[in-house]
Design a binder for this molecule. Structure first.
Ligand SMILES: [Zn+2]
Length: 338
């Protein structure tokens, strides 16, 4: 029984995991797949703060192997998504029975243990049952789809609005597809040729590099009106001044993503255009919505490069992922086997 625990910056150790029995409202989940994310990689390197010690792995699915007597809607054998963000249970909203509005939601891998371990025992409300038609790869995108949904909900754009997505990696690709699902017009900006090609092949019509012609390209694509909103994917390699430069006046710029590296930006364009800026760093409260959207074909991951590893060295993988451009859209999945 293995449990990969982060004890400090680049200190990841395999610990034995002891068997645990379930309480009346708890389920035991055998973890089957973990999606390695840049969030995990930046947690490993210390760029993202972690309340050590914590098991790594924010995104995972598994199979229920045991349930307490007071669990509803989930049974032995259910395929489930392990909710990555959970209510704190301590704030005023949580104590008032309004967990959906929790002030300090806890994130797996940072505030609570993540999922790179053989099994998880948790409250039955902290897992989401997966429909058969949402396959494992799609299910591992739930966290990103939920984040996208959180962003679009806040942006509250009307049909046909033009949204610039800065960074065409894994999250950027998902943001673009979810924009199409909501009948918005995505324009993806990225300098990584491989990403541009993949996006074009997956039906994203407007893709531009962030070069000297960007403003002209956006003017042409928007008939001169510029974009109605812009989402900066937080760890893309482009400068955060790009989204501000493509927006029309008085629009919203969102910093979206699960983690970020320290960056600085020139506030002048925000000031000159009277822009509003805010961040969305989780998909808390949107997990069920994300599962439903996947059920209705909102996302096609066939163009994403995938790698499923049964034999792996988590330290080497996390270190490698942290070093290379996070613009990469490859899904690296760890398949846990008995
Ligand atoms: Zn709370």
């Amino acid at each position: 029984m293995d449990n990969w625990v982060l004890f400090g910056t680049r200190i990841l150790k395999k610990q034995p995991q002891t068997q645990a029995s379930v309480g009346p409202t708890q389920v035991k989940v055998r973890v089957t797949h973990v999606l390695l994310s840049s969030y995990d990689a930046l947690s490993y390197t210390g760029a993202t703060k972690v309340n050590y010690p914590k098991t790594v792995g924010r995104v995972a699915i598994g199979v229920v192997t045991d349930t307490g007597e007071n669990c509803y809607g989930v049974s032995k054998g259910s395929r489930v998504y392990l909710n990555a963000v959970r209510p704190c249970g301590k704030c005023y909203e949580c104590k008032s029975g309004n967990k959906g509005e929790c002030t300090y939601p806890l994130v797996a891998g940072r505030d609570i243990d993540g999922f790179l371990r053989d099994f998880v025992v948790c409250d039955y409300s902290e897992v989401t049952v997966l429909p058969d038609s949402v396959d494992d790869m799609l299910a591992l995108c739930i966290e990103n789809v939920a984040l996208a949904e959180n962003i679009y909900d806040r942006l509250n754009l009307t049909t046909g609005s033009i949204v610039a997505i800065v960074g065409g990696g894994f999250l950027g690709s998902i943001l673009a597809q979810i924009a199409l699902y909501h009948k918005l017009v995505p324009i993806v900006i990225d300098n990584y040729a491989q990403n541009i090609e993949r996006l074009q092949n997956s039906g994203i019509f407007y893709t531009f590099p962030a070069d000297d012609n960007l403003k002209t390209n956006i003017e042409n694509a928007t008939s001169g009106s510029m974009c109605d909103a812009a989402i900066y994917t937080s760890n893309c390699k482009l400068t955060p001044s790009v989204p501000a430069s493509v927006l029309a006046r008085k629009k919203d710029m969102v910093l979206g993503g699960f983690c970020t590296v320290n960056f600085s930006m020139d506030m002048t364009p925000l000031f000159e255009k009277n822009l509003r800026i805010y961040s969305v760093s989780d998909g808390y409260g949107y997990t069920e919505a994300a599962v439903n959207m996947l059920l209705h074909g909102a996302l096609d991951v066939s163009s994403f490069e995938k790698e499923v590893l049964k034999d792996f060295d988590p330290e080497a993988l996390l270190s490698d992922l942290a070093d290379k451009a996070t613009q990469d859209s490859k899904m690296t999945v760890l398949k846990l086997i008995l």
